[in-house]
Design a protein. Structure first.
Length: 202
């Protein structure tokens, strides 16, 4: 059985894909997965990407969107420490949910190209995320919708009939990871072949 863990990052900006391109970093990371009882569990943690990425207000616009106070980021542990926390958490998820050592954990991100680009930074090496298989929920959603334009996470959830969950703040990493996971399962329920999900049919 494949264990699906959704992942999301919140960043100081769009990085090299922005206009103009620039160096940006991760300020929060979130994971979401289904426990043995089928209920969604989520986890999130802020991290400090370094003073140079936060100086002179360069992250203010992104932080307004992400709903993350600058003071929270400044007080957070550095990225390298959070990377190890992520690694240990993924090991724990694997141990809790897998019945055999060879059963894989695979990652789902709504915009996998975006998140993987940031998490490929050497400061995230301790998480070993580059060794895992990744899937893109946005691309699967576009296939289901039969469109070629990019789809936003909120729009995908609405199109799939997923109501917002109480207690989760939109644009925070854990909340967006939960929504990405719900999108992944909802696509499977609509007949889209996705990894790690088997839908029982009558």
């Amino acid at each position: 059985m494949t264990i699906i863990v959704a992942i999301d990052t919140e960043t100081t900006g769009l990085g090299l894909t922005g206009e103009p391109p620039r160096l940006d970093g991760v300020v929060e990371i979130g994971l979401a997965w289904r426990n043995r009882d089928g209920f969604i569990t989520h986890w999130g943690m802020t991290c400090n990407p370094g003073a140079e990425l936060l100086a002179d207000g360069r992250a203010e616009g992104a932080l307004r969107v992400n709903n993350i106070p600058l003071a929270e980021i400044l007080a957070a542990p550095p990225v390298v420490e959070v990377a190890w926390v992520v690694y240990r958490l993924l090991q724990q998820i694997h141990g809790d949910l897998c019945t055999a050592a060879e059963e894989p954990v695979e990652m789902v991100a709504f915009n996998a190209d975006f998140d993987r680009r940031f998490l490929a930074d050497r400061m995230w090496a301790g998480a070993n995320l580059d060794l895992l298989t990744w899937h893109c929920a946005m691309k699967k959603t576009m296939e289901w919708m039969r469109v070629h334009r990019r789809v936003h996470l909120k729009d995908a959830a609405l199109r799939l009939g997923l109501a917002p969950l109480a207690g989760l703040t939109a644009h925070r990493a854990a909340a967006d990871a939960v929504t990405a996971l719900r999108v992944w399962y909802a696509l499977a329920e609509r007949g889209v072949p996705v990894s790690g999900v088997q839908i029982q049919t009558a």
